[in-house]
Structure formats: C-alpha cells, structure tokens
Write a protein that binds this ligand. Sequence first.
Ligand code: GDP
Ligand code: MN
Length: 386
Amino acid sequence: MNIHEYQAKEILSTYGIPVPRGRVALTSDQVERAAKELGGHCVVKAQIYAGGRGKAGGVKVVHHPEQAQDLGKELFGKRLVTPQTGPEGLKVRRILVEEAVEVAREFYLSITLDRNSSRYCLIASAEGGVDIEEVAKRSPEKILMFTIDPALGLRPYQARKLAISLGLTGSICEDCVTLMLNLYRVCQEKDCVLVEINPLVVTRAGWLLAMDAKTSFDDNAIFRHHEYPDMMDYSQLDTLEINAGKYDLSYIKLSGNIGCMVNGAGLAMATLDVLAEYGGQPANFLDVGGGATREKVAEAFKIILEDADARGVFVNIFGGIMRCDVIALGIIEAAGEVNCTLPIVVRMDGSQVEEGKRLLAESGLNVQSADNLGDGAAKIVAMLRQ
Ligand code: GDP
Ligand code: MN
C-alpha cells in the first residue's frame, strides 16, 4: 500500500526526521493561501502515487502566492505522466506546498526489503536527486548497500560508516547517523516495505532535510495499523483493482489484449507464460482463489470484461476445491448480464468437468472448451486473430 509524499513526511517528522515546512492543499485557493503563509517563495508539488514528478512538471519552484495559485489551477485535475505512471498517467487531486530550500548537496537514502536475504537493506548514494535509476545502471559502484541483521538492528557504527562513505563529516555526519537510525525505526514500527528519501539534502544553511519521501506499507501488516485504510487515496488506484479488492479477488492490469481468469497465483504465472509461448498478450489476470462461489466467479468475470483492452477471455481453472459446473454457471451469468460477445476459451479440469463443459456448450456464448493449457492458449490466440 502506497501513501502520498505529504503523509510520508508527517510520519518521518514524528520520528524526528527533519522535513520542510509545508501544507497540503485541495484547491488552487488553498495553494495560494499556503504559499502566502510560507512566505511566497515555495515549491508546489503534485501528490500522486509515483515518482519522477520533477521532470514531468509536477514539482516547481514559485516566488509569489499568485504564481502558486496559477500552478495549482494548471495541475489540479491534470493527469501527470512520469516514467513510473504508465502512459495514462495519474490524476492530481492534492498538492503539497512547501517552503523552498537552498540546496548544497543531494543524497539518496532508502530502506527496503531485500527479498533474497529476507532482510531490510539500507541503500545510500552521494549521487542523489532525480536520476537514481540511471546512476544504478551507469555506475552501480556509486550505490552503497548494507543489509541489516534483524536480531541486532541497525547499529550506530554501521550507519556512521555509511555516512562517512557519503562524504559527510562532523555534526552533519552525526545527524545523518541519527536520521538513519530513526528511518530504520519507521520501517519496523510502521511495517514498511520501502521508505525512500530522494533527495536527502544538506541545505546551504548546513542542515539535513528530507526533501522528498516515499513510503510503501506491507499489505499483510495493514491489520496491525487501524489508521492505514483511511490514509489510502483511491483516486490513485485502478478502479478495477478497487472493485476486485471488495470481492477479495486479486486483479492485476497488464498491457495486452486477453483477459485471464485463473485460480491460484502459480497457475496465473503458468497461464501468462504459456499464453506468451503461443503469441498471446494478457490484458490482465484475475485470481479467484480457491473455493470461490458462483457469485464471486460472476463478479470476477465482469471485472475482466470491464477492462476495455480485453478483446477475448481465457479462463484457466483447475477445479480441485472448486467445481467446474459452478465456474461455468458464474461465467454464463456474468456474460449474459453484460451481453458479452467476446471470444471466450475455457480450460477447466477436475470436479464436475463434463457438466461444466455441457453448460458452456449450451449457453449460446462465443465459447470454446480446451483440454489443456497449451490447447487453450492456442485456441484463444486463434480466435483473436480471426
Ligand atoms: P520527484 O521528481 O517525484 O522525485 O520529486 P522530488 O520531490 O524529488 O523533486 C524533484 C526535484 O526538485 C528534487 O530532486 C530537487 O532537486 C528539486 N526540488 C524540490 N524541492 C526543492 C526545493 O525546495 N529547493 C530546491 N532548490 N530544489 C527543490
Ligand atoms: Mn524525488
């Protein structure tokens, strides 16, 4: 689960990590008022669930409150496209106005979960700012990394070694050590999979400041934090993903033209692989999980059909716990409700499979049954080519 920059900064601030003074605004008048309160010389920052805003025009320095207001008018409602958003971009509904800061140096600092070692990993670079991905590609030796032993936690001497490697000395070096230790506390106590400060700056006045902040919480730990659901900004999520969440279905949007309904994450991966093998491109996949009811299958199928990119549907279900006739009825119900004319290929196996196939064959839908995964992938690809 992601949150906005301003929310991440509120959390950092409660852990003693210095952030610029700022106000969040929902209208361009509020942007103006915030800029006035902050002295006029401000940074206006579009709040979206993606980075790379600076280069896309979503982060700008202004010198007068009226200028801030004009920028607010331009940004609110606009879909900001950055390398992290995909071509359709994300809509700006909130803007953070912050006092402008004179920057002496910019660093990169983050703590994230390293899935290989199953540990938190501290990452830092003296080449912070907007192009950290480029630095990682071009000169990986400039990215410093350190995995944290969960039993020992982050030790001050380890943080100090890293701060010194960044070229920091004296009291700023010690401030950076404290900041890293606090950042680790944020990760642990807030169950983060990522906390990123890019850039972490040393100001002209000689202070450390978290100028940008990005935080993602571990979805599996949301139950431990009752405030998290209210922090979510649904305007930043795919509507179909939200609907799927309501029915406890996992829906993932992809870039091709075949909607995929499967049961189980492993079968989903196998389905995508085999589709690709036969020249098919998935538009999405939806995992209905084990033991889904007819209603749940129908909802799942409707969500797939709502994806405008889906030109056909491939259903691949192994009916161990689920009965194939239940799946067939769910599909028929949903397809009938939304007048689906798209080609559908259903590969089912397991309990009640003959009954399921019979129901589909007699349904009047544009549907073919497949005997196995390869057969199904070949059939849907062929039907789409016609
Ligand atoms: P991102 O592009 O989405 O990562 O957005 P950031 O919040 O990191 O802003 C992009 C860049 O704008 C930063 O890397 C800074 O170089 C610059 N920037 C943001 N706020 C200020 C500020 O107060 N003063 C100055 N001088 N630059 C800023
Ligand atoms: Mn940034």
